[in-house]
Design a protein around this ligand. Structure first.
Ligand SMILES: C[S@@+](CC[C@H](N)C(=O)[O-])C[C@H]1O[C@@H](n2cnc3c(N)ncnc32)[C@H](O)[C@@H]1O
Length: 287
């Protein structure tokens, strides 16, 4: 598919919308095409709380990585479905508190690899970006970059931030989380968020409307499903919650402002919140 040209620039064959670029648009990033902006606007016509959900997730990422590096002393991170680099990327936040923190980023979107490599070229000693399917943890763990940067005999944090809904099969997602549990040492952490509905009706409506509109692999769940997925782990205070309630910090660095067409949706979740990002941080207990 060819996207409409933008401001007189030549037409670019952008292909279908990319979840990484749609999310990048919502959180105020700069790496998106007209097709991604059209999808973000269309989805939010149906679910105006979507912009807040995406932005709240990115704000949670900062608080979660800060907690893991500063308070839990974690110095190695595996970021599954890392998205396009923007501001306050995981290695930048972690290295504020643990200057030698190592981060392995994983994404299967080619744009992430291109943009990520440019950003990480500045820090190829402690960071790497893998073009890989996050479902295939064996492949990820066997890659030379992972073996160089992550020492799995020591605690590690594995991030599943706003990615659970891309794994539509429950058993596959459970298998990924269990595989992490069985691989990492006690004292390791998982940070997990995913889009959930307030009830089954909200989940079903979202599927009917969103999937008719965007052909993406996507599965909203219920908060009880997320709690079940993480039942082997020990939640860190305040537990698994609507992430706006996870250690909120009005003084944390703000996100870049959204583009003008999305402004109408900012704050919509205060009026109507049928879908939201749910999750938190959990720890592998001592056996
Ligand atoms: C909504 S973004 C989240 C980005 C980041 N984790 C954050 O919270 O800011 C989801 C990302 O997951 C990636 N993704 C989806 N399915 C994936 C898969 N099977 N393997 C690797 N990455 C995937 C998408 O390309 C996208 O960049």
């Amino acid at each position: 598919m060819t996207a409409p040209s933008d401001g007189g620039f030549p037409q670019i064959d952008t292909g279908p919308p990319s979840p990484a670029r749609v999310y990048n648009y919502v959180i105020g990033g700069k790496d998106h095409f007209a097709i991604d902006r059209a999808v973000a606007l269309g989805v939010n016509q149906h679910f105006p709380e979507g912009v807040d959900a995406g932005r709240n997730n990115r704000l949670f990422l900062y608080r979660a990585v800060r907690f893991l590096a500063r308070d839990a002393g974690i110095r190695q991170f595996l970021d599954l479905g890392s998205g396009l680099p923007t501001q306050n990327n995981v290695h930048e936040v972690a290295q504020q508190f643990q200057p030698d923190a190592a981060v392995v980023y994983v994404d299967n979107d080619p744009a992430v690899r291109a943009h990520g490599s440019a950003l990480l070229a500045k820090d190829d000693k402690n960071t790497a970006i893998l073009d890989a399917d996050m479902v295939d943890l064996d492949d990820i763990l066997a890659r030379p970059e992972t073996r160089r940067l992550l020492d799995l005999s020591k605690p590690v944090a594995v991030l599943f931030l706003s990615v659970g809904h891309f794994i539509t099969d429950d058993a596959t997602l459970q298998g990924m989380i269990d595989k992490v549990f069985d691989t990492v040492v006690p004292g390791s952490y998982v940070a997990f968020t995913q889009m959930v509905g307030v009830d089954q009706q909200a989940v079903d409506e979202a599927h009917a409307k969103l999937l008719a509109f965007v052909q993406m692999n996507w599965k909203n769940r219920l908060s009880s499903d997320v709690v079940r997925l993480l039942r082997r782990w020990e939640p860190v205070e305040p537990g698994l919650v609507d992430i706006t309630h996870w250690r909120p910090d009005p003084d944390q660095p703000p996100l870049p402002e959204v583009d003008e067409p999305l402004r109408q949706f900012v704050g919509a979740s205060q009026r109507n919140k049928r879908l939201f990002e749910f999750g938190g941080i959990v720890r592998k207990p001592a056996s």
